[in-house]
Design a protein around this ligand. Structure first.
Ligand SMILES: NC(=O)c1ccc[n+]([C@@H]2O[C@H](COP(=O)([O-])OP(=O)(O)OC[C@H]3O[C@@H](n4cnc5c(N)ncnc54)[C@H](OP(=O)(O)O)[C@@H]3O)[C@@H](O)[C@H]2O)c1
Length: 285
């Protein structure tokens, strides 16, 4: 029986076991997906031990994505650019890492809005943390007209622009104060800051300048409908929530460990939404 595992610290809140458990059941695959709490500093040893214990691979969640990246013998281009690993497996005894977060976002976007990049999009990303770093490569690969990044700490936005300067797509850092003026020429707005997350203040932005056709995306998914998305919906703008990204990022890992490509369907989404809305207090992850 094939088995995979997710590590985090803590890890009790992670939804990945629900997602992979759903696919294992639906596809009739004999397999198991477990979770393990691993302390910071112990990631490399844990990932090697899982290989010896016969796991096919697994996922890495907060706060271990960077530590897992450093532990890998080989990483994908996406992981290298992100400096973080969220999916791992073993090849000939070697530990291999990938980062599927950005591809998950793009897959969800394409599923919901197939024409989002026609005409070529002007993308405004708010935030320049780990999640923003993961999104830029897959978005740039779709050849949008341009990508702009506004972050509270401007140096981090500039670092990201420098890291992705060779993609062939115009990429520019904006001052945080310039974010509302920039909306006038934005066709896809993406919040990658932690603002709007349960326990945090809502994202501070007025959407008045956005064109009526602009898509508003939030990668935060606890709550499922952030204040940003609620505001956009009220204005009649198309919206994209963060849950789809979480579901789609799981597809490549499942295929690699269990040998069959799963589908993100309505029943899976409904199952995770039910869990998110359950009364027990759960954190994002
Ligand atoms: N849907 C998914 O599958 C998925 C996947 C990954 C992450 N996420 C979510 O994405 C969010 C960001 O994750 P991350 O890993 O990128 O975190 P991170 O590396 O800690 O980055 C946090 C970002 O939020 C900004 N920020 C924090 N407080 C702010 C404030 N008061 N005003 C303006 N900006 C503020 C930070 O700006 P500074 O640089 O100025 O500090 C930084 O750009 C989290 O909510 C996370 O749960 C979702």
């Amino acid at each position: 029986m094939k088995k995979a595992i997710i590590i985090g610290y803590p890890v009790g809140h992670a939804r990945s076991p629900l997602i992979h458990g759903y696919w294992l059941g639906k596809m009739g695959i004999k397999g198991d997906y477990e979770r393990a709490e691993v302390k910071p500093g112990d990631v490399a040893a844990a990932l090697r031990r899982f290989g010896r214990e016969g796991y096919a691979g697994g996922n890495v969640t907060v706060p271990h994505k960077e530590e897992a990246f450093l532990a890998c013998d080989h990483v994908s281009e996406a992981a290298r650019r992100a400096g973080a690993v969220n999916t791992f497996w073993y090849e000939n005894g070697q530990l291999v890492g990938d980062n599927t977060d950005g591809a998950g976002f793009a897959a969800h976007l394409e599923q919901q809005y197939p024409g989002w990049n026609n005409p070529a999009a002007s993308i405004l990303i708010l935030g320049a943390g780990g999640a923003a770093r993961g999104l830029i490569g897959p978005l740039a690969a779709r050849k949008p007209r341009r990508i702009r990044i506004a972050n509270r700490s401007p140096a981090r936005a500039q670092t990201l622009c420098d890291a992705f300067a060779q993609t062939g797509v115009s990429i520019e850092a904006l001052a945080w104060e310039a974010r509302e003026a920039a909306l006038a020429d934005t066709s896809l707005l993406i919040n990658t800051t932690s603002q709007g997350m349960a326990g945090q203040a809502p994202l501070d932005i007025a959407l008045d300048n956005l064109p009526k056709t602009a898509i508003v995306a939030d990668i935060v998914y606890v709550p499922l409908e952030t204040a940003l998305l609620a505001d956009a919906r009220k204005r009649g703008l198309p919206v994209l929530d963060g849950l789809g990204m979480l579901l789609h990022q799981a597809v490549p890992g499942f295929e690699r460990w269990f040998g069959a490509r799963p589908v993100v369907d309505d029943a899976l989404r409904a199952r995770i939404v039910e869990d998110l809305l359950s009364p027990a207090p759960r954190k994002e992850g």
